[in-house]
Design a protein around this ligand. Structure first.
Ligand SMILES: [Mg+2]
Length: 169
């Protein structure tokens, strides 16, 4: 595996609610693929926080949005998608590109104007980079919608990627 494939195009250092929509617009992004667990809410939560809802609400006026989760529970992802009134894929098996390609084929979205936003380097970022779409790494989100800076999983992945030379300090 090429280590470059682990490097997000944008290592934002913030959670999704602090990603400026204007920055995405300026980069020519028209469509967002969003990871769910960790990115929109903690894995064990069921309700989307108000800050995340607000961010999505504003984002909807600029971008087409689709949820793409590795979670095998259709019930969970469906309920979350309903809270946000968004389309979704579950059991996506990222870093496999299969679901992403399926989405592109179904919707006709262009790779050049597509971005994936997620909290995991070895699933979300790797899947997006393998497909050649714009990749954004965010900090995991807490129940209140704001960043969890002490995520053991993300800190481990960042350390590993640094060791592999995929990320710059
Ligand atoms: Mg995640």
């Amino acid at each position: 595996m090429k280590v470059k494939l682990l490097e997000p195009n944008w290592n934002s250092g913030v959670s999704i609610v602090n990603l400026p929509h204007s920055e995405l617009i300026a980069r020519g992004i028209l469509c967002l693929l969003l990871d769910v667990d960790g990115t929109l809410l903690p894995r064990t939560d069921h309700k989307i926080s108000i800050p995340v809802k607000n961010w999505i609400h504003t984002a909807k006026s600029y971008f087409r949005i689709h949820l793409i989760s590795n979670n095998p529970s259709k019930n969970r992802i469906k309920k979350i998608a309903e809270q946000l009134n968004l389309s979704y894929s579950y059991k996506a098996s990222k870093p496999s590109r299969k679901e992403l390609i399926g989405f592109i084929n179904k919707t006709g979205e262009k790779k050049e104007t597509l971005a994936i936003i997620g909290d995991r380097i070895f699933t979300d970022i790797l899947a997006g980079n393998r497909l050649g779409i714009y990749t954004i790494l965010v900090k995991p989100t807490n129940s209140d919608g704001f960043a969890n800076l002490n995520s053991k999983v993300q800190n481990f992945e960042i350390k590993l990627s640094l060791l592999m030379g995929a990320l710059k300090k």
